[in-house]
Design a protein around this ligand. Structure first.
Ligand code: FAD
Length: 434
């Protein structure tokens, strides 16, 4: 069988791989030294677009428009860019075996790839309802969203079931974004999730109340406190309804499930140290094996600010961890060191004409400020999270770029607050003065 050797191999061709490639180029990688091996058929792109503009009925985002690194305002790396730089993009190739002792990866087609240095950037995969044996979960027109292929299948169904009914299972950001785009596609939308409010891992009940109120205004129905326990289908095997644990039956032409993701670490099980479900690395994204690095969704890394180790499934960290790892690889080659990764968590989402950003840690007491009335013509509000008298987390809906910078700075600098009442009254102006 075919065998190819590279100095550096990145396994996975998503966000982290694309940003790593750009950093490799900046660091002066030579033609032929680097390969990216990806299961996907296209060059690295900004994955968040898949649940947003990619699904719009009018002027949808399409490749090559959103290849990395446009999402962070950088150069767009078209497939030709990789060719020009002598970076080999090995697409539509799934690695099914990784032997870290012989430094060999094997593809599903049986090809072997050898490397000196490996970067693991396999990201996450969706959690499926069929994993829990939910009855009827493999019916047609039940969709999950991770890769461009998934989004393309959903678009075909949106067209085929025109103006139909959609049920969104899951109340996280994927559920919220999907509910919005399905409504924009003129679907009658119902969301179902077990928690008492949407985005419970981040939102306070007050923040959630705004989004739920706003969605209700758009005609989206939200059923909370129950789960999907089964699906009915017609003679073609297409889903027709979702059954909930509390005894409802919700008509559905399309179901989109967003119930979480799982890091893709299985190829490396028993070969590298793991922690908290991810591949454990140091502050330079080096794993327990010295020539193997891991970046993006798969890694559990030291979160210096909070003296903790964490795994983060957000695009900003995918970009920054990739850059840090490549810088560290080149620095160590030159016998130099670089600063430790000092990450400030950052997460955002957009739906309808809403847009929020979150920075820092959502621990301690939350202090809401601003106008969070979903009926307002121009709602704008936020929240601070306060711990030991200091701001540790910040959230803002509808911020300008400068205001978002200000809340990021507040979460980074963790200033002491005057009093909770005063902070609630001053609101955003407090962060803007730091
Ligand atoms: P990925 O981008 O998932 O890339 C992993 C790559 O590895 C894929 O190409 C995959 O096919 C490939 N791969 C996996 N296993 C193998 C194998 N065995 N062989 C070969 N290739 C393999 N984050 C935000 O902060 N804000 C958002 O608004 C937001 N929106 C999102 C919307 C959607 C629909 C999704 C799915 C994610 C969103 N995220 C968002 C999360 C963000 O996209 C991820 O955190 C980010 O993509 C992680 O980058 P990564 O490179 O680690 O993994």
């Amino acid at each position: 069988m075919a065998e190819k050797s590279f100095k550096y191999v990145i396994i996975g061709g998503g966000v982290a791989a694309g940003y790593a490639a750009r950093e490799f180029s900046k660091q002066g990688v030579k033609p032929g030294e680097l390969a990216i091996i990806s299961k996907e058929a296209v060059a690295p792109y900004e994955r968040p677009a898949l649940s947003k503009a990619y699904l719009f009925p009018e002027s949808p985002a399409r490749l090559p428009g959103f290849h990395v690194c446009v999402g962070s305002g950088g150069e767009r790396l078209l497939p030709e860019w990789y060719t020009e730089k002598g970076i080999e993009l090995i697409l539509s190739t799934e690695i099914v075996k990784a032997d870290l002792s012989s430094k060999t990866l094997t593809s599903a087609a049986g090809a072997n790839f050898k490397y000196n240095v490996l970067i693991i950037a396999t990201g996450s995969t969706v959690i499926r309802l069929s994993d829990f044996g939910v009855q009827g979960a493999d019916s047609k027109n039940i969709f999950y969203l991770r890769e461009i292929e998934d989004a393309d299948k959903l678009i075909e169904a949106i067209k085929a079931k025109k103006n139909g009914k959609a049920v969104i299972v899951g109340g996280g950001y994927i559920g919220l974004e999907l509910a919005a785009v399905m409504q924009i596609n003129n679907y009658d939308v119902t969301m179902v999730f077990p928690e008492p409010w949407c985005m419970p891992r981040l939102f306070t009940p007050e923040i959630a109340a705004f989004y739920e109120g706003y969605y209700a205004k758009k005609g989206i129905k939200i059923i909370k406190g129950t789960v999907a326990v089964g699906f009915d289908s017609n003679s073609n095997g297409e889903v027709t309804s979702v059954k909930s644990k509390d005894g409802r039956s919700l008509d559905a032409d399309i179901v989109v499930v967003g119930v979480g993701a799982r890091p893709l670490t299985s190829l490396f099980k028993g070969q590298v140290e793991e922690d908290k479900g991810g591949i454990k690395t140091d502050a330079f994204f080096k794993t327990s094996i010295s020539n193997v690095y891991a970046v993006g969704d798969v890694v559990t890394f030291p979160m210096k600010m909070y003296n903790d180790v964490r795994r983060v499934e957000h695009v900003d960290h995918a970009r920054k961890s990739a850059e840090q790892a490549v810088k560290a690889i080149f620095a160590s080659g030159d016998g130099k060191t670089i600063d430790e990764y000092d990450y400030l968590p950052f997460f955002y989402s957009r739906s309808f004409d809403l847009s929020w950003q979150f920075y820092g840690d959502n621990v301690g007491d939350a202090v809401l400020f601003g106008d969070s009335d979903p009926a307002s013509p121009k709602p704008k509000f936020g929240s601070y999270w306060i711990k030991d008298g200091k701001i540790v987390g910040t959230f803002l809906e509808g911020g300008t770029p400068d205001e978002n910078k200000a809340i990021a700075k507040a979460a980074r600098l963790q200033p002491a607050i005057p009093s909770v009442d005063e902070l609630a009254k001053v609101g955003l102006a407090f962060a803007c003065k730091i």
